[in-house]
Design a protein around this ligand. Structure first.
Ligand code: CKX
Length: 607
């Protein structure tokens, strides 16, 4: 069952957010199903939903737990909803989940950062309690996203080893909602826009789960609630004159009301907010509403203390305030689809999003950040597991585009992070991924992947597939760091010569550049890990970017310090943040603020 539209209340729709304390139990033997945990957990403890369980317990075994674990909740459904279409919508269950309603299996989903729904119509009782049991599993595999492997330790415990540099937080990390909609209802809608002077053509299509003899309407209201225009039919085009375009400085949202009507009777109503804007690439320019825009911002995780990877609206609001304070206009949702609440807040706050699918770890190394910078190869795309992975990559990309296609803030899709595109086998793999993405997005947004350090212009087999080049580069940190830093600038510039030769026109975005910095460490002269070195490193990179006309975006790695697996090169996580994990500025935040506040939106373009 598809995840369906983001749940809203309307005159015909009901939503109950089931967030709160649920029952929870680890199942290290994986015998829960056989022992009928589907009908109730034998000895549960308590667990908040949403949450990531790892940082809530005090023992190492729970923190590092890998395997099956279960959630349980009683669910009451009022009698008056008997004639409605009922489902449970999980906004995210990392990394795979099986849902049981009153003991019977009602759904399975894999893809830890994307929503899914399970129908309740055949399984629930009305006017009395129902039992929801969810088996979740957080193991990592080479044919699953995000990529990794799971080993068994000498003491029999399983351990997940990610081919990525962030902690394997898992669980019901985002809200679970009971959704009641009419039997005949709207299941999806798509919008795209064409701009003419101060007028916008809004092309729409609506999908219902029922065809015959019903009328579907669309109405557009401005922010004051005034009806601007309306139409009838499952698809068509509307014209909005004196259009107020959505932009980073003015994230104007219109309200779209979709209805199924039968005479005067409203069969179903879905309401959403969306901004009218266009985003495209012309030559080396990013054009937002036909005006050049230079991307300033961050690669960003959904990561915070105690909450781990789970939705924390307080942290989210703080993050958007910090982004506005520092003068950022964009983020990349590293390395997985961020929450729907994040995307909707970006729509409201005017932050551009390069939206990424969880295709990370496509280089078989648990120390990929180091190995990549040392030039090692793992022939990832020649693996026998890769064809199966491809199918999952494709379906998760489709799910992501379906979920966020109407968000004005989303300007591009990133189909993978640091894949080993030095492999010949990577080319046919990504050719299909790119064409699927292009086909799936009604707004035909630009596509990219972030380039691994080893995927230099002479070695990358896939760069031409990108609409813009995204480079993860660490000259001055992983290579030519410390006392050799004076060489980093020239070497960095040399690589650009390679790109400008290989790729004629396309814009280049530095999707990652950064230096681990221990907040509070001050050194003169600056040495690695000190705040002074982070400043010098960033300034070096900015000199290089400003010398390259094709560079049309800079996204620092990383917005805030975040948790990783334990390791000799990670001091309680990755410290390349511009902000600490509890969202306080390092010196570099003021350096970036000064730069970005003075960089005009159309930096580097003629105008
Ligand atoms: N890129 C040389 C992927 C991120 C890591 C980052 C780092 C690497 C850099 C690759 O997940 O955090 O090492 O900081």
């Amino acid at each position: 069952m598809s995840a369906g539209l983001y749940p809203i209340q309307s005159i015909t729709r009901r939503v109950v957010d089931l967030s709160g304390i649920w029952n929870f139990q680890f199942d290290p033997e994986g015998t829960g199903k056989k022992e009928k945990w589907t009908h109730g957990l034998p000895s549960p403890t308590t667990m908040p939903v949403p949450s990531s369980f790892a940082d809530l317990f005090t023992d190492k075994e729970s923190k590092e737990y890998t395997g099956d674990f279960w959630y349980e909740k009683e669910l009451f459904i009022p009698k008056e909803w008997e004639n409605m279409d009922l489902s449970l919508r999980f906004e995210a269950a990392a990394h795979r989940a099986t849902v049981y309603i009153n003991g019977s299996k009602s759904g399975f989903h894999e893809g830890g950062f994307l929503p899914f729904s399970v129908s309740l119509n055949k399984t629930v009782k009305f006017g009395e309690p129902n039992l929801v049991c969810v088996k979740v599993n957080n193991e990592l595999f080479e044919d699953c996203l995000p990529v990794g492997r799971t080993v068994t330790l000498a003491d029999g415990r399983k351990m997940a080893k990610g081919y990525f540099d962030f902690f394997n937080y898992s669980g019901l990390i985002r809200p679970v909602k009971l959704v009641a909609v009419p039997k005949k209802h709207i299941v999806d809608y798509s919008l795209n826009y064409v701009l003419f002077d101060n007028c916008a053509e809004v092309n729409y299509s609506i999908t219902n789960n029922y065809k015959n003899g019903i009328v579907t309407t669309i109405e557009i209201y401005d922010a004051t609630g005034r009806l601007i225009t309306s139409s009838e039919g499952l698809e068509g085009s509307l014209s909005v004159s004196n259009v107020k375009l959505w932009d980073v400085n003015n994230p104007y949202l219109y309200t779209f009301r979709f209805r199924i009507v039968d005479g005067d009777f409203v069969v179903d109503e879905y309401i959403d907010q969306a901004g009218i804007r266009t985003f495209e690439i012309v030559g080396s320019e990013f054009l937002l509403n036909n005006k050049p825009v230079y991307l300033k911002g961050f690669g960003k995780h959904e990561d915070s203390d105690i909450s781990g990877r789970s939705l924390n609206l307080n942290v989210l609001k703080r993050d958007f305030e910090l982004m506005k304070w520092i003068g950022a206009n964009s983020i990349r949702s590293a390395y997985y689809p961020h929450s729907e609440e994040t995307l909707r807040l970006a729509d409201r706050e005017g932050i551009l999003v390069i939206n990424e699918v969880a295709a990370v770890g496509m280089m078989a190394s648990t120390l990929n950040f180091f190995d990549a910078s040392q030039g090692s190869q793992t022939r990832f795309f020649a693996k026998e597991t890769t064809p199966k992975l491809f199918e999952k990559h494709l379906s998760q990309l489709e799910e992501l585009i379906r979920r966020d296609k109407n968000r004005a803030c989303v300007i591009a899709w990133c189909v993978a992070n640091e894949p080993e595109t030095t492999d010949d086998e990577a080319r046919p793999y990504f050719e299909k991924i790119f064409s699927k993405a292009k086909e799936s997005d009604p707004q035909k947004r630009p596509l990219t992947f972030t380039s691994l350090m080893t995927a230099t212009p002479d070695k990358c087999k896939c760069a031409e597939l990108c609409d813009f080049i995204s480079l993860n580069r660490y000259y001055g940190w992983y290579v030519f760091g410390g006392n050799e830093v004076m060489m980093a600038e020239n070497v960095f510039k040399q690589e650009f010569q390679g790109w400008t030769m290989r790729i004629q026109e396309k814009p280049i975005v530095i999707a990652e550049y950064g230096a681990d910095t221990n907040a509070g460490t001050h050194k003169l002269p600056g040495v690695m890990w000190s705040e002074e070195y982070q400043d010098e490193y960033l300034s070096l990179c900015h000199r290089v970017f400003d010398s390259q006309p094709r560079v049309r975006g800079e996204q620092v790695w990383v917005f805030a310090d975040f948790m990783t697996g334990e390791g000799i090169m990670r001091v309680d996580g990755n410290k390349k943040g511009i902000f600490t994990r509890n969202r306080q500025p390092k010196a570099a935040a003021f350096l970036l603020k000064n730069r970005w506040k003075n960089l005009r939106d159309g930096f580097k373009s003629e105008e």
